[in-house]
Write a protein that binds this ligand. Structure first.
Ligand code: FAD
Length: 347
């Protein structure tokens, strides 16, 4: 099916020109859609409007799951159609049945673009679907655009020091994964409706090697909701030690905020891995991001520059973070943080 292997192919072969429309894989877990799917739906709408095509959501799951309700939500966030696949073997994510289901849908209905969240599930599924289809996949994108009729997917490279734009010119569908919170959540419009196309999976339990025995949520990790926090107080290496890092916690507690950290602070053991913000951590988009003792390295910046308001506290007036912070406090974080905590406590 691929146009050709090896060499440089820039022409879309005739047999792939019929691929039309932008699809979003709607990821859900225990009754809730992952918000990244709706962020992608908003982005899919923009891409589809530029191409003059329609947007579809793909909803897969068990027969007793609320797939029709998810489809309704998909319309509210911008979908025109929904492809639904329900089957007992699709209850709870497993790679094999989901790969087969999504691959079959793509082969039958032929979308030109397929977007998935760069979540644990989305990353696993996108890779195997792209491999099975023999098409291109750009992972962990930070920007999506249309160039001519092709998807131009931008992502950081060389440790975040460069941004590269990747185009899959000679293959369809063009696939991309995007991390939660990179794209803005679109406005919900519950008056929008659409049609549903159902397709059967054609797979039975004995076809599948992986068995889902039980699901045990990680209670502690689940309480850290950095990506969707409204306010984040983050600490970096400038805090010098674990004891001083507690000042970040104190301010966060008073503000009802989550605590974030740089990789340097995580590596020093002052905060859990799940709190790392940046290229190899979480992407966040809070209303307020307070950065204490953080230099503003590009790998940290890419994870937090989408915040509405950034306040930086740093002793060095030339620290890179002051180039993109909205408010800067040149000062010692160990003195400034307690003052802020006290001030907010009394208000
Ligand atoms: P530093 O860069 O050491 O900065 C400390 C700052 O504190 C300085 O600006 C200093 O002036 C200031 N300071 C010192 N004393 C005080 C004081 N008393 N009060 C106030 N300020 C003070 N980093 C991430 O954060 N997230 C990532 O996801 C990430 N991924 C990476 C991926 C790769 C492939 C690579 C190569 C690097 C990655 N990094 C990441 C690391 C990144 O390059 C930086 O090293 C890191 O962000 C620096 O952390 P920092 O700002 O805490 O420390």
């Amino acid at each position: 099916r691929p146009a050709a292997r090896g060499g440089r192919n820039t022409e879309l072969p005739e047999h792939l020109k019929c691929y039309k429309g932008v699809w979003v894989f709607v990821e859900h877990d225990r009754g809730h859609v992952n918000p990244v799917s709706w962020e992608l739906m908003g982005e899919a709408r923009k891409l589809a409007d530029k191409l003059g095509v329609e947007v579809s959501g793909v909803v897969m799951g068990g027969p007793d799951e609320t797939l029709d309700a998810f489809a309704k939500e998909a319309y509210a966030y911008g979908a025109d159609h929904c492809y639904i696949m329900r089957d007992p073997v699709l209850k709870g994510y497993r790679n094999e049945p989901f790969t087969k289901g999504l691959t079959d849908l793509v082969n039958k209905y032929q979308p030109e673009i397929l977007l998935l969240g760069a979540t644990t599930m989305g990353r696993d599924l996108a890779g195997s679907v792209a491999t099975t289809l023999g098409t291109g996949l750009t992972a962990d994108c930070t920007e999506l655009n249309i160039d001519g009729r092709a998807l131009a997917a931008t992502r950081p490279t060389f440790g975040g020091s460069l941004l590269c734009t990747i185009m899959t010119l000679a293959y369809r569908p063009q696939m991309a994964t995007v991390r939660p919170r990179v794209m803005r959540m679109p406005r919900r419009d519950d008056t929008r409706t659409g049609d549903i196309i159902e397709m059967a999976l054609g797979m039975v339990e004995t076809d599948i090697v992986t068995k889902l025995l039980s699901f045990i949520p990680d209670a502690e990790r689940n309480t850290i909701n950095l990506a969707y926090a409204d306010i984040i107080v983050s600490g970096g290496k400038g805090l010098k030690n674990a004891d001083n890092f507690k000042l970040v916690w104190e301010l966060a507690r008073v503000l009802g905020a989550e605590v974030g950290a740089t990789r340097a602070a995580v590596q020093a053991g002052w905060a859990e891995n799940e709190r790392q913000v940046g290229q190899t951590g979480k992407t966040v988009r809070p209303r307020l991001y307070i950065a204490a003792g953080i230099s503003g390295a590009i790998q940290h910046r890419v994870g937090m520059e989408g915040a509405d308001v950034i306040v930086a506290i740093n002793t060095d007036p030339n620290a890179p973070i002051f180039d993109f912070a909205h408010y800067g406090i040149v000062g010692n974080a160990m003195q400034v943080l307690p003052v802020l905590t006290q001030a907010f406590r009394t208000h």
